[in-house]
Design a protein around this ligand. Structure first.
Ligand code: HEC
Ligand code: HEC
Ligand code: HEC
Length: 455
């Protein structure tokens, strides 16, 4: 009895505080679509709870209410980092496709801002016209992003869309890049090439839990595929490389992977391939420098894209490209909100997400050998980024087992089950899992006109 009285008093205090904090909110100001969207997201507190540099409001210093808001802010950031959205919106540049999917999902089902926030922060509730501002903005941003994807009008506002058939690449550079990609001279003892760990006839992965580098040394994390890596906003599970070129500069000097020792030594070893040297200098007159080598490999990797998967054909208007089960699987994938992380043209690769949002994945899994579980933290050195990993692409995922950064999971069925449980707090039936897996199988694309497969 006494307890509930105290709670009641506290609620009254919170509620009246909210009353005094809020002045009546003016209507949506005139401006561009982006300016209006920013106005709504800011007023609804999304920016406060979901961006890293947000200043806590003054009432964060009031006991109880302050603790609640600070807790919500840190939980909010763990679940969803809106990243540079404020800047994007101010500058009018297109927003990341996954951020759009997340905002769309939570604004349409009115699950955000959280109830307790609306309770003290009266005007944070999103009104119907404000919801429309957000949904219109998401739709128009998507149209900007998928304009050249070939998606048909009726699918133009889907959270995922096709990849292009071809990217603009200098063919001579790509050809040299292909030779370098397969060249063991990048490694210290001429035994390891990029293709050792990313064999192109095996889905671009080595199929091992963690890779085996030079002198049989074991790495500490699973190798993602190189196919469609060009569509990731950053490279590596922790995002430490910003571009394919920057990424390609790292394994050759990594003592566990290729141990090439130095770019001078790598250049010397490559120069022994006189035929390659001659051809290389025609395109890069200053020869085998780090910049030139990684430039060529980057160009080659831009050709490693896999268009025309059955799913892409479907989105481009071929209604017979998918089976009924696959269509059902896609519907389930959206309904379970998988597409709020695995979104856009690569069905992933756009954001870093906490592994185990709804249930502790790492507690349940236990220690599995020498695996690097730090995630984004090791790149940003920001404790709030512990266990956040780049959401992997789901393109060709049927070919890239074992799954997850720890390579702990051998079957795709099991991976889907784990995702539903730990990211979504959802138990899918066997039938549902099967249908989602069938949908994921429809994401296997083509290379040189032939379906990608494991040889
Ligand atoms: C008071 C802080 C707070 C405010 C304001 C807030 N959020 Fe959240 N948000 C949270 C918390 C806490 C979670 C995690 C718990 C949950 O899902 O309820 C979360 C989760 C999310 C998620 C992840 C949901 C998922 O299922 O993966 C998204 C997306 C999101 N918020 C978007 C928004 C948007 C858009 C707004 C503005 C309309 C907003 N939030 C306002 C605190 C906040
Ligand atoms: C010894 C095995 C090994 C070798 C050799 C190797 N890689 Fe990797 N590669 C990996 C592993 C493991 C990762 C993941 C590492 C991480 O995220 O920390 C990775 C990540 C990548 C990624 C990032 C993909 C993504 O989705 O983030 C690309 C691209 C890539 N490698 C290309 C290359 C290229 C190009 C070469 C040759 C210059 C190369 N790799 C050599 C094992 C290897
Ligand atoms: C909150 C974001 C988020 C949601 C929601 C989400 N995923 Fe994931 N997904 C990830 C991240 C991050 C990883 C990598 C985790 C790791 O390696 O530890 C991943 C990995 C996967 C993988 C393994 C891919 C690989 O190459 O290793 C599959 C398959 C997958 N997700 C499917 C799904 C399905 C199906 C759903 C819906 C039930 C879903 N995901 C929901 C973020 C998400």
């Amino acid at each position: 009895m006494k307890k509930s009285l105290i709670v009641l008093i506290l609620l009254c205090v919170a509620w009246t505080t909210g009353y005094f904090i809020e002045s009546s909110r003016s209507s949506i100001p005139d401006g561009t679509m982006q300016q209006k969207a920013l106005y709504v997201l800011d007023n609804a507190g999304c920016v406060l709870c979901h961006t890293k540099n947000a200043e806590p409001p003054f009432y964060a210093h009031i006991p109880i209410i302050g603790t609640l808001i600070k807790h919500d802010m840190s939980e909010g950031l763990k679940h969803f980092d809106m990243g540079g959205i404020v800047n994007d919106l101010k500058k009018g540049i297109p927003t990341n496709e996954t951020i759009l999917a997340k905002i769309e999902s939570t604004v349409s089902d009115a699950s955000m801002p959280p109830f307790q926030f609306r309770f003290v922060h009266w005007s944070a509730t999103i009104s119907a016209p404000e919801r429309q501002v957000i949904l219109d903005w998401v739709k128009s941003e998507r149209k900007r992003l998928n304009a050249n994807s070939g998606v048909v009008e009726k699918f133009a506002n889907e959270p995922v869309w096709p990849i292009p058939s071809k990217l603009d690449v200098d063919a001579r550079k790509a050809e040299l890049g292909s030779i370098l990609y397969h060249h063991t001279a990048l490694s210290g003892d001429n035994t390891v090439s990029c293709a050792t760990c990313h064999p192109l006839d095996k889905g671009g992965v080595d199929g091992l839990q963690t890779s085996t580098g030079i002198r049989k040394q074991k790495g500490d994390i699973n190798a993602p595929t190189v196919y469609n890596a060009t569509f990731n906003t950053r490279q590596f599970w922790d995002g430490r490389a910003g571009t394919l070129e920057e990424q390609a500069g790292m394994p050759p000097l990594n003592p566990v992977e290729m141990d090439g020792v130095s770019w001078e030594k790598i250049a010397k070893r490559l120069a022994k391939d006189t035929e390659l040297k001659k051809e290389f200098e025609k395109v890069y007159p200053d020869g085998f420098t780090e910049k030139n080598i990684t430039d060529a490999i980057g160009a080659f990797e831009r050709t490693l894209i896999t268009p025309d998967s059955p799913f892409d054909k479907y989105l481009k208007g071929d209604s017979s490209a998918l089976t009924e089960d696959q269509i059902k699987g896609y519907e389930l994938f959206k309904a379970a909100k998988c597409s709020t992380c695995h979104s856009g043209q690569n069905l992933g690769g756009q954001t870093f997400e906490y592994m185990g949002l709804k249930k502790s994945y790492f507690n349940d899994r236990g220690n599995v050998g020498k695996i690097n579980d730090k995630g984004l933290l090791s790149f940003t050195q920001d404790d709030r980024d512990l266990h956040k990993f780049k959401t992997p692409t789901l393109r060709n995922v049927a070919l890239t087992a074992p799954y997850f950064h720890d390579g702990s999971t051998a079957s795709l069925k099991q991976a889907v089950d784990i995702m539903a449980k730990y990211q979504r707090d959802k138990k899918l039936s066997d039938k549902e899992i099967e249908q989602i897996v069938k949908f994921l199988e429809s994401l296997t694309g083509t290379i040189d006109g032939k379906p990608l497969q494991k040889n």
